[in-house]
Write a protein that binds this ligand. Sequence first.
Ligand code: DGY
Length: 430
Amino acid sequence: MATSNSLYQRAIDVLKQNDRGTYSLPTHGLYPVQFNWDSAFAALGYRFINQHRAWQEVMQLASSQWPDGMIPHIMFRGDHDGYFPGPDIWNTGQFIETSGITQPPVLASVVRQLDEAGPYRDVNGMYDMLRRLVRWHDWFMKARLDPQSLGIQIIHPWESGRDNLTDWDQGMARVEIADLPPYTRRDLDHVDSSQRPTKEQYDRYLTLVKFGRDRHWPQAYLGQNSPFRMVDPGMTAFLLRANRDLIVLLNKYLPEDTDSIELIQSHINTLELGWINLWNPKVQAYTAYDPVLQQPIDSVSAASFLSCYASMHNDLHHGHLMDQFDRIANKVKFMVPSFDPEHADFDAKRYWRGPVWHVINNRIGLGFSEVGEHERAKRIRKDSEDLIAQSSFYEYFNPITGDGLGGKDFTWTASVYLDWVMQEADHGQD
Ligand code: DGY
């Protein structure tokens, strides 16, 4: 097992190795491009090297905003050779080459954390960031809100960041695979196929890209008409929390902008209702929801436990949700598996169908600490530390064996280690 001193140094090295000057890569080889939520988490880690660099990361990310307000999931900056699907396949026609979908909105929450650690030195840059965040969060309500459940829907599994989660299977089964030109997956050059989405899933992923590209990416239309739509508790909780963090920042920097403050407050009110609607009495957890069939998905994923992070714990369901947490905690060595280990489709190695991801652990753990669930928060943090000590800074981990999976030397795992795992460790008693 590595010691905390050597892990600290190794985490810094991982960040430096994936630094492209003004933006970061999630890791070499597998992901040679800037990803939205990876980049936000990277900033949390960069501030242990250089605060200015951390701010630069989030400013670069926000600068990729589309005229309609969306901040996309991938930015093709610099040499992106080897990433598939590349900019020609997305063909979004934007000034900066990007993908045509978004990713979980954690940026405002990270900006608030950075601001608390040391404000950005250019206050006009901060104003610009906040205005971009208001527009992005408003875009979600126009282009991704499901009017029925009031939760946030995804139009592509990649939008959720939890690509091949079992919860999306029902929606994916409705996507009729298009006549696609032959393609070569580059991810399998870097990671064993047993740890990645299947060929059939990739055919559907590319079919959805073709659907958006053929229509020139009309986001509000796609929100209502994409062949794949699913309401995601992850997106809903991330956006709800991000709106709360954004209000704090607006009150600090732009208190005279009452229009924006009122707008974001009204979005909070809507999303609170949306979150409550995602309670699934049959499985006793917040779950995904199928907006086409208008019925819940009956399985528990790690996102079910984001209720505290979204400050939605003051309801009668909290106790039941904690029972679910404890049930799962008794089944795995390392919390939190991305999918219910007692479900027939659980797969301890395959990407989002079972493995542990440190960014999700970090957000669930923060939420638990904030609402006084200290013992459970401690379990998550300690398991996160043990996984890194056992297997180093992998992309994700087997929740049963602790083996590292996916990409090596991963930016967000190193960032979460520096910003949370290491900071809260009680080294005196380790
Ligand atoms: C990938 O390439 O697997 C990414 O997760 C897509 O967003």
